[in-house]
Ligand binder design. Structure first.
Ligand SMILES: Cc1cc2nc3c(=O)[nH]c(=O)nc-3n(C[C@H](O)[C@H](O)[C@H](O)COP(=O)(O)OP(=O)(O)OC[C@H]3O[C@@H](n4cnc5c(N)ncnc54)[C@H](O)[C@@H]3O)c2cc1C
Length: 107
């Protein structure tokens, strides 16, 4: 399947941000989703991105200023994503390990 295809093999590496990843608050500017907390692909990224978006939207609707909203959002999002990133750190190596893949059909 890998060699008998329509084009050349394209290397698409898996990246992750350092755990924890954080920044100093900047008025009116923030990040969400993978831009804020890119982690190994272990099934949490889309959920976190949607949760971030929902919380930021609610904070914007409920706060007097954009800066208040960003502070409210970052107060919850940063520790949550840092905690998960620490738990998943190194997980991609295990998931994509060549040694484990060779054993997979036998399990
Ligand atoms: C192999 C793999 C498997 C995964 N499996 C899962 C899974 O099972 N479950 C799960 O929850 N998550 C999974 N994820 C993670 C999930 O895909 C991401 O966490 C999620 O897509 C992040 O959403 P996002 O909107 O933050 O970023 P993205 O989905 O990356 O969206 C960012 C968008 O911005 C666009 N963009 C970038 N630069 C610019 C620019 N300068 N101007 C305009 N547009 C720009 C990009 O083209 C892209 O469309 C997986 C990831 C990988 C790589």
């Amino acid at each position: 399947m890998i060699t008998d295809n329509d084009g050349p093999y394209v290397d698409r590496p898996i990246f992750a941000l350092p755990a924890p990843h954080t920044w100093d608050h900047t008025p009116g500017v923030t990040l969400l989703g993978d831009a804020a907390h890119l982690m190994p692909p272990l099934g949490v990224g889309v959920n976190l991105a949607m949760l971030d978006a929902s919380e930021l939207a609610l904070a914007l609707a409920r706060s007097a200023t954009v800066d208040d909203a960003v502070r409210t959002y970052e107060k919850t999002m940063l520790p949550r994503s840092a905690d998960l990133a620490r738990k998943l750190e190194g997980g991609a190596e295990h998931l994509l390990s060549v040694h484990d893949a060779a054993d997979a059909p036998a399990r």
